[in-house]
Design a protein around this ligand. Sequence first.
Ligand code: BGC
Length: 396
Amino acid sequence: MQINFSFVLKYSAAVAAILFMNACLPSPNPDPGSSVEPESGANTSVDFGKTKGGESTEIYTLKNKNGLIVKVATYGATLVELHLPDKDGNFVDVLNGFDDVSGYEGEDNQYFGCTTGRVCNRIAKGKFTLDGKEYTLATNNDPNHLHGGEGKALSKQVWKAESATDAQAVTFSITTPDGEEGYPGNLSIKVTYTLTDENELRIDYEATTDKATPVNLTNHAYFNLAGSGSGTVLDHELTLNADKYTPTDDTLIPTGKIESVEGTPREFRTSRGIGEGIPDKEATKTEDCKTAPKGYDHNFVLNGNAGEQRLAARLKDPKSGRVMEIYTDQPGIQFYSGNFLKGQKGKGGKVYPFRGAICLETQHFPDSVNHDNFPNTILKPGETYKTTTVHKFSAQ
Ligand code: BGC
């Protein structure tokens, strides 16, 4: 009999990984403050309220066999709740958000958990030229365009939901028409959230167009692994798999240079407390953080090959032991340390203070459409935009 050693090795590694994961994640002890009923069936949708324009919205619940719970809403294809256990099995929701759609439509919402686009982050002065034609977009982050624009950005629209039969995934779809928010081409997008029994939240994006257009999609979740609304994240420990970053001007537009993180506050190649790199924790402007006036707001250039899944970031809350690893095929990740959070109230009256959460947005580089040396963000007719980001959770 012939033994397939590579299969045996792979199989043993998989079994070991599952045993290790179960050892790392203690038995569930559901979040007492949450409205979630863990025994209820996964992937059920409930009313999330009507938008100001009278559109109905829904929220879907995904649950895995270890008790992890994810809630996603049709408004902005938004990640609303994520319940994770600490090292003793106590669950909390680790995401900033609101109780219903009205909060997401209000001015306290700073893109909490949404699908961001059609182009995430900034486009300088809201202008780009494609195939000889100049396009003008909203400058909603004066003087620049931010996160796809104003009222019709993807984060502000109601998406169509389609739940999968395995009850651990939901797909949102939308077509944003030619000219909407100033962008060319009818762009059809699908975003699928999947919660696996390996304690991963996987986000798959797909898009096609009928005219060349820039596309750069990400999720804008604000994480606080100690529990959302439980203070700042300055003691969270972060590792970024990035030797380089893209420096910016004072308006957070990349200069076009790609520089080493070595010897700068952007050095996160080995795990470091987030607060350590912000010399004066209350500073509004410091020498070290001069391009991010209140903390981190930088695009890091991920090591390894874009297009291949690899580790991008690892975040740990030392007190609860909760750990999140992010894997992606994207070339960059925006590390944003909640610099513009303003103590607004969110879910269940929780308060989200300055630096009270961290965003780790996998992406192509900001303003790529105006920098030929950055990886391409133009999608052409006949091509399919495809990207996947995986968040893997454990507790130690
Ligand atoms: C940007 C920040 C912005 C934040 C909230 C991040 O992706 O990099 O500059 O303030 O989103 O909109």
